[in-house]
Ligand binder design. Structure first.
Ligand code: ATP
Ligand code: MG
Length: 139
């Protein structure tokens, strides 16, 4: 399978509970290379632009407030089939429905506060990687 990159985010709920280190450790153990990593707080506008596909959904205001509520860890991950593999490691959007052993099952506390983000297709990965990370960070 070809090397691929995906955009991952450790969301504010996980960072604020001190779970970033554990999640990074699982990323390494699963065989991903971390191409870029950045810890910072998103502005509300950045969160709105990032989740623009969900604009108009009832959960959009709460989601973008949550995503800009504290520090996140932004990651470019690389592995063969990285997009699907990272989504598999995260588990289903709703932690209550996520498979045992997945990050969201173990660390997510609600459908919104589900600890991690992952791109869902090659086109969204390309958009999301360039939305947050510079060309120099992605070398
Ligand atoms: P992400 O894009 O963050 O990786 P996802 O692709 O599994 O998650 P999406 O449908 O893209 O899920 O939703 C984006 C995010 O919006 C979810 O991760 C979650 O934080 C939030 N969300 C989705 N559905 C709901 C909902 N019904 N109620 C509250 N928040 C929701
Ligand atoms: Mg999504």
């Amino acid at each position: 399978m070809a090397e691929e990159r995906t955009l991952a985010i450790i969301k504010p709920d996980a960072v604020s509970r001190g779970l970033a280190g554990e999640i990074l450790s699982r990323i390494h153990k699963a065989g991903f290379a971390i191409v870029a990593i950045e810890s910072r707080r998103l502005s509300r506008e950045e969160a709105e632009g990032f989740y623009a596909v969900h604009r108009g959904r009832p959960f959009f205001p709460d989601l973008t407030a949550f995503m800009s509520s504290g520090k996140v860890v932004i990651l470019a991950l690389e592995a063969p089939g990285a997009i699907a593999r990272w989504r598999e490691l995260m588990g289903a959007t709703d932690p209550a429905k996520a498979a045992p052993g997945t990050l969201r099952k173990e660390f997510g506390t609600s459908i919104q506060n589900n600890c991690t983000h992952g791109s869902d297709a090659p086109e969204t990965a390309a958009f999301e990687l360039s939305y947050f990370l510079s060309g120099r960070q992605l070398l």
